[in-house]
Ligand binder design. Structure first.
Ligand code: 13P
Length: 253
């Protein structure tokens, strides 16, 4: 089975003490993680090393950065490079979250550069895509997301695309309590997979993990993750509550 992933995105929340407490509370649970199931915790940069220490010895639970720079190194005050992440043993990074696209004007070309730098530095990108409300209302979400993929990741080789991780997060469902229905998620995920298949072939498409994000919580995770093309979730608000996120992890296929 392709990898099923429950990914927490803490965004800009929690103090270090609160974050450690949250991670400890989550780890009090027993999870049946194996080769095909994993957990990611995308925490703020200053907490990466502390949370990584705390996760030491936990098989298949990894820290993840929420962003990386689009340039290799140099005079870019405040930026954190993929090489720096690798140098502290962080091997996952969110790229292209809609909040970065919207508030920091990250466009598809810039995100392609970030994807390249992550891969070149042995950091696995979790590439985020998804349409705003106006696009959904115009029913052009398939083409919109397809274009995001084309412009940011379809320059990759088939080898690089094998096992790639994508997170589909419809912007209108993020933090709004308005979840896409599991059928809406499945429909878009199936579209993403078909577009990858057209570009790279069915075998590569079948290997790609596609996470759903947008108001995932304990109460709806099993329904959403149960859909054939949904391979887990990228979770914001509910990942800040230990019991919620623990149930979400247990809802993985
Ligand atoms: P919510 O789960 O709070 O809707 O956030 C989703 C998200 O943006 C995860 O990256």
């Amino acid at each position: 089975m392709r990898k099923q992933i429950a990914a927490a995105n803490w965004k800009m929340n929690l103090t270090l003490t609160e974050g450690i407490q949250l991670a400890e509370d989550i780890l009090k649970n027993e999870f049946d993680l194996n080769k095909s199931r994993a957990v990611l915790m995308a925490v703020p940069f200053p907490y990466l090393i502390s949370i990584q220490q705390l996760l030491k010895g936990q098989a298949n639970i990894h820290v993840c950065a929420q962003n990386c720079a689009s340039t290799k190194n140099g005079a870019y005050t405040g930026e954190v490079s993929a090489e720096m992440l690798n140098s502290i043993g962080v091997h996952y990074v969110l790229i292209g979250h809609s909040e970065r696209r919207e508030y920091y004007h990250e466009d598809n070309a810039l995100l392609a550069a970030k994807v390249n730098l992550a891969l070149a530095n042995e950091v696995v990108p979790v590439f985020c895509c998804g349409e705003p409300l106006a696009v959904r209302e115009a029913e052009t979400q398939n083409a919109f997301v397809e274009n995001q993929l084309k412009e940011s990741i379809f320059h990759l080789s088939a080898d690089q695309m094998k096992g790639f991780i994508i997170a589909y997060e419809p912007i209108w469902a993020i933090g709004t309590g308005k979840t896409a229905s599991s059928d809406q998620a499945q429909e878009l995920h199936a579209h993403i997979r078909s577009v990858i298949a057209a570009q790279y072939g069915a075998e590569v498409a079948e290997s790609v993990t596609i996470l759903y994000g947008g108001s995932v919580k304990a109460a709806n995770a099993a329904d959403i993750f149960g859909k054939p093309d949904v391979d887990g979730g990228l979770v914001g608000g509910a990942s800040l509550i230990a019991s919620e996120f623990s149930t979400i992890i247990k809802s993985l296929k």
